[in-house]
Design a protein around this ligand. Structure first.
Ligand SMILES: Nc1ncnc2c1ncn2[C@@H]1O[C@H](COP(=O)(O)OP(=O)(O)OP(=O)(O)O)[C@@H](O)[C@H]1O
Length: 240
């Protein structure tokens, strides 16, 4: 099954995720159409990364119905993984591999047609990683690793792009490149989800934002409603 034109690219209904006694996500509903981007905001431990992991097909929901590009994450995790590009909040890189080797592996696993190298080079240049393309990533700074993770998530132009803390520790060039990747993805009809603590960047990158608190969703609004001093106050009041 694939998403029909008007079906949401991401549909989350009553999502709950438990790890033993801990309820990491305790009720999230979300719908995002193709061409939209949604920001996930909330304090440390609010459940953002767990929600992202469910959308990436990495962690199964304990309860709820989650469809990504028309695929049920519970029953079709492989189809979900094929449809998404996922930048995890931590990890995901092989320390002994170079950026180019990461890209070669991603291209092989995703069976990308010949010609992917050009897009890979263009992304590396955009993120100013071209000069370290053949250096092992073990010595990369945190921000360089973040930038490479975004490149890897975006390489195959996925239907759904999931960026978990893509701006964390990233310099202004990397932030700009990431915003461009989000805008490009939206322009070609992909749906983008961005988890971040940075309200202003969420507003810049996203059409809508949702705020999580203690695993529960406490707001879903247009990004414009979060803007300015009034938006900052509204956001602050949602945090505790
Ligand atoms: N594998 C796990 N086992 C046990 N508890 C977990 C696991 N993963 C997440 N949690 C717990 O679930 C809650 C939500 O965590 P999550 O990482 O989703 O939050 P977050 O909003 O992404 O936080 P941050 O902003 O700090 O990255 C936290 O209390 C966390 O300790």
């Amino acid at each position: 099954m694939t998403a029909s034109d008007d079906a949401p690219a991401v549909s989350v209904r009553g999502l709950r995720v438990r790890f033993g006694e801990v309820e990491a996500v305790a009720g999230v509903d979300l719908e995002a159409q193709a061409g939209r981007s949604v920001g996930l905001l909330g304090r440390n431990g609010a459940g953002k990364s767990t929600t992202m992991r469910v959308l990436a097909g990495v962690v199964p929901p304990s309860e709820g119905l989650v469809l990504v590009a028309g695929h049920d994450v519970r029953h079709e995790p492989l189809a979900v993984k094929r449809a998404v590009g996922y930048c995890p909040d931590v990890g995901g890189l092989v320390p002994r591999a170079t950026p180019w080797e990461h890209l070669q592996l991603a291209a092989r696993l995703r069976r990308l047609p010949a010609g992917w190298e050009e897009r890979a080079r263009e992304l590396l240049e955009r993120f100013e990683l071209g000069h370290v393309a053949h250096r092992i990533s073990a010595g990369f700074s945190h921000g360089m690793g973040r930038r490479l993770s975004v490149v890897l998530a975006a390489l195959h132009e996925p239907q759904v792009l999931l960026l978990d803390e893509p701006f964390d520790g990233v310099d202004p060039i990397g932030v700009e490149a990431t915003l461009e990747v989000v805008a490009d993805a939206r322009a070609r009809g992909a749906c983008v989800l961005v988890s971040t603590h940075l309200r202003e960047l969420a507003i810049e990158a996203c059409s809508h934002v949702t705020v999580l608190r203690g695993g529960s969703q406490v707001a879903l609004m247009s990004a414009a409603e979060m803007a300015g001093e009034e938006g900052a106050r509204a956001y602050r009041s949602l945090l505790d």
